[in-house]
Design a binder for this molecule. Sequence first.
Ligand code: FRU
Length: 453
Amino acid sequence: MADWRQALHLEPPQGWLNDPNGLCFFHGLYHVFFQYSPGSADGTSAKGWGHWQSPDLLHWTFTGEPLLPDTPWERNGAYSGCAVPCGEVLRLYYTGNVKHPGPYDYIHTGREANTLLAETPDGIHVGPKQRLMASTDYPADCSLHVRDPKVWREADRWYMLLGARSLQDAGRVLLYRSADGLAWELARVLEPAPAFGYMWECPDHFILDGRRWLSVSPQGLPHGETENQNQYQSGWFALNGDLETGTLSGFTEWDKGFDFYAPQTLQAPDGRLLLIGWMGMPDADYRNPTAALGWQHCLTLPREIEAGPDGLCQRPLRELDALADGQPLALTAGQTLALPLPFRLRMTADRDFTLTLAGGLRLERDTGAGRLTLRFDDEALGGGRTLRRAVCGEGPLTVDLVADRASLEFYCGGGTTVFSTRFYPADSTIPVAVQGADATVQPLRPMTFAIEE
Ligand code: FRU
């Protein structure tokens, strides 16, 4: 029988989830907030923040919806934002979305984007809200699309990034600085020339390997055969130079699969940089059949991000090793095994290979064409997802697959190319076959998800 409740991924008990928000480690716990519409599986009901916490990224407790859209500044949603530890509290910075009823285009008229602040001692109880900035405070050449604050502290300064769309329909980020995290002044507008998409959502900034990096989710990039194949993209730039004057390198997509958007990073207490994305895609034409069961979407696994010679690479979080259930199994080339979900599969292929899952999904390498392809041949299995491609070079290629009950994350080439996708197998034990290489499969135990509202 199908069981599409995930065993390794955070998903809402009911209703709709989109972006991860407020990722942090605070007072001994990891906190993962997220965009949450508990009242509808299609995301049309009121949107606030849901909250999970965990001591170890393996045992999770859902504690409800701490941030509700309950002031006039956020009448149409408590939108995305971040959490910054500050003494005994977490400061939650986020966007209050307001849409006025009327004949508006909601780009230049009819919308407000308020930068709001609330404090919480525990991620569960949230104090009074303050408005730090209103739409009239942003640069005059911005449209009304300004949102998703990412705030951090450096030395004795506070910084904030906001994603924005200019009046000329160019994606940009606004960098603000502050002495106290309350009163903000504009430091710069980062906008490549020529324009790179019409809107940038969910900016993030981190320092890795002594360099600064900027992650954004641009909308409006031209689609290519191996690039920007989804409706919208998410990716990173290196920031060459310092924050207030540096320039952006070329853009690299975080993920080449069907379902990845609006990621954020957090720093684990041991120094690792972890990335979590929404395993979904706004305005996509493919389906998630869990919606008919009352919930939709999940987050990706936390991924460990490292800087390599050619940029950033991603690996599944190492905590997953603790979920190993028994000995690894050998899956030799040409063989098919029936495997209960969840599991992890690893292989190294020197040449062309095909990995087939659940009869209707293939990851294929065509060395001649220099391509890696993820292809659904079964409409129901993919919920309408079809084909995604990535460029791959010659020589040995590693694949590290984390297969959950309704999602797959393929970390290829040492984590330089990742494909994330939802899938909806008819049974929670699936046939797995590989041609062209041998693989090793590690059965996994589920994580623990408790609900304490
Ligand atoms: C990205 C996004 C954000 C916004 C949020 C609303 O998916 O559109 O820009 O804050 O979702 O839920």
